[in-house]
Design a binder for this molecule. Structure first.
Ligand code: DHE
Length: 528
């Protein structure tokens, strides 16, 4: 029997057998492990690593408050298979279960190469797929909208600004989906480690694999032949081929092999034909080439090119390390990927040259800069000289910081309504849009910054209490789409010139949206 059905029968049986007053509410301490096995294990797995339902481990639940978890156990979760347990379990039992799922599992759960291999699911035979799009819309102007409200993805026609398809996703996708092979295929990563390969021309899930237990994001080479997955648990970088078969797992340890690290994120550096890897607990940046046309690496390779013992390992699919003075785990790259800007959670900012493999500048940043939200554009200073500037939000203070990328100096701090998460623009647009979604009072307000005057020129507000955030433009830059980030939310389409609202498309808590052309052409105004 499939786990979902087992859980449904389990829940129904539990409802029929439920005592009116549970043992716990009658005064006895609940046997929480037994309760978990009876009511939760069928969907969330006996070891809490997740199955049909998500993993119930402290790291995976870090973004959910315990009281909310208890409310979900009691009331269920709309539009998912999670049933309500308030008629089956007493309040004390629900509270005990909510407490328990936030305790670590010991020994720490493992996810081996064999687990990865056996988790792989081939949903369709690639030979049966059409070599042309099965719809009339421009395949390069499609948008994917990740709807967190009921874990679905909508496909929008970017010319007519209408949905053409909607499909269920894995639980809690995170990070941008990554496009390959000219936008035909797209790869999603869920916080639970599931990687999904989707054929956008055929509107079908092709294959899936579970690459980790607690995953951060996924990166894909443009030809779709190499896929990299960053994991918090286990501490690893997983390399897959384009069909999601395991190539290898690289354990994340420092160069001496002594200190282990969570992997914060992995990024595709197309111009370098490599993946760049951010580590959370070790002061190193990795570069993993997916082309064989690179020189092999001296063993013990460090930033000053010192060679140890004359031995070499292949550079292809092995990390080349840049050793840093501090841990940097939030990155932004120059358009050619020669340099990265990195910030630590404490706000230490540095520029690292990936060829010289060393720090080349300090960045005068404060608070908690969110470099990952950064964008670049050409800006003329008072003398008319054109410079490339980079701007990003700050998760702790209400400002957008604008940095001159030649001199690595802050040239403007633009005050905003509150701490923001995403900053977005388009190469054809004079505007950049920033949210204040980390601020309770201003999370409903998007602010529009003129990219030349560096001033806020307009505000676009939803109803107070709602969240309005995350912009992505159409391929031609004519419309900007914002997320009304509510359970019964919407994509709000704005005219990118007049900044007036054009239409709304109802969506279930739309999070990010991603335009095929802007992503594959690596538009300066958006994430890559
Ligand atoms: Fe994200 C991208 C890290 C919390 C929504 N987020 C990213 C990326 C990183 C990152 C490194 C870039 C990877 C990529 O796109 O492949 N995010 C983190 C965190 O460290 C942080 C602060 C804490 C955490 O819980 O992991 C965090 N992120 C969130 C959220 O709470 C958000 C708002 C809601 C959610 O669904 O989790 C969130 N993150 C996003 C989105 C993107 C993202 C929508 C892709 C943005 C894009 O336009 O490309």
């Amino acid at each position: 029997m499939r786990p979902a059905m087992r859980s449904l029968f389990g829940a129904m049986a539990a409802l029929l057998l439920a005592p009116l007053v549970s043992a716990a509410d009658a005064g006895t301490a609940p046997d929480v492990a037994k309760l978990y096995q009876a009511h939760c294990a069928a969907c969330h797995a006996p070891d809490r690593l997740g199955a049909m339902g998500p993993a119930l481990l402290p790291d995976n639940l870090a973004r959910l408050r315990k009281a909310e978890a208890a409310a979900v156990i009691a009331g269920g979760r709309a539009a998912t298979q999670m049933p309500p347990f308030d008629k089956v379990l007493g309040k004390a039992e629900i509270a005990a279960l909510a407490d328990w799922i936030y305790t670590p599992v010991t020994p720490e759960p493992r996810w081996t190469d064999a687990d990865i291999r056996t988790s792989r699911i081939q949903h369709v035979d690639p030979a049966t797929l059409s070599a042309r799009p099965v719809f009339d819309a421009d395949p390069l102007n499609l948008f994917l909208v990740v709807e967190a409200g009921d874990h679905h993805v909508s496909v929008l026609d970017g010319d007519h600004l209408e949905p053409i398809h909607r499909f269920p996703s894995r639980f809690a996708l995170h990070g941008g989906p990554k496009f390959a092979e000219g936008g035909r295929y797209v790869f999603f990563g869920s916080r639970d480690g599931w990687i999904t390969k989707y054929d956008l021309w055929n509107l079908k899930v092709v294959a899936e694999v579970r690459a980790g237990i607690n995953t951060r994001n996924v990166a894909v080479s443009p030809d779709g032949k190499h896929v990299a997955v960053a994991n918090y648990l286990p501490h690893s970088l997983v390399l897959l081929d384009g069909e999601l078969n395991l190539i290898k797992v690289i354990e994340a340890t420092d160069r001496d092999g002594k200190r282990s690290s969570r992997v914060s994120a992995v990024y595709d550096a197309t111009p370098r034909q490599s993946f760049i890897v951010a580590l959370k607990d070790v002061a190193e940046v990795w570069e993993v080439s997916y082309t064989k046309a690179v020189e092999d690496i001296p063993v013990g390779f460090i930033h000053d090119f010192k060679q140890r013992e004359g031995a070499f390992i292949p550079a292809y699919l092995n990390p080349r390390r840049t050793v840093l003075a501090e841990v940097l785990d939030d990155f932004f790259f120059t358009q050619d990927y020669a340099e990265l800007m990195g910030a630590s959670r404490e706000g230490v900012g540095q520029v690292v040259n990936l060829d010289a493999r060393k720090k080349v500048a300090n960045l005068p940043l404060e608070g908690m800069p969110h470099l990952g939200s950064g964008i670049t554009w050409k800006w003329r200073d008072a003398t008319g000289t054109e410079r490339t500037v980079m701007a990003s939000t700050n998760l702790k203070s209400g400002e957008v910081t604008v940095i001159d990328m030649q001199r690595w100096e802050v040239i403007r701090r633009i005050p905003t309504r509150g701490p923001g998460f995403f900053l977005r623009s388009h190469e054809t647009s004079r505007y950049a849009f920033v949210d204040s979604m980390m601020s309770r009072e201003a999370k409903h307000i998007l602010q529009v910054i003129d990219k030349q005057t560096l001033e806020v020129v307009r505000e676009i507000a939803a109803a107070p209490g709602q969240t309005l955030a995350h912009i992505e433009f159409t391929r031609d830059g004519r419309y900007a789409l914002a997320s009304l980030w509510e359970q019964d939310g919407a994509i709000v389409v704005l005219d990118a010139h007049t900044l007036e609202e054009v239409k709304r498309l109802p969506m279930k808590k739309p999070v990010g949206k991603y335009n095929v052309w802007n992503k594959i052409s690596r538009d300066e105004g958006t994430s890559h």
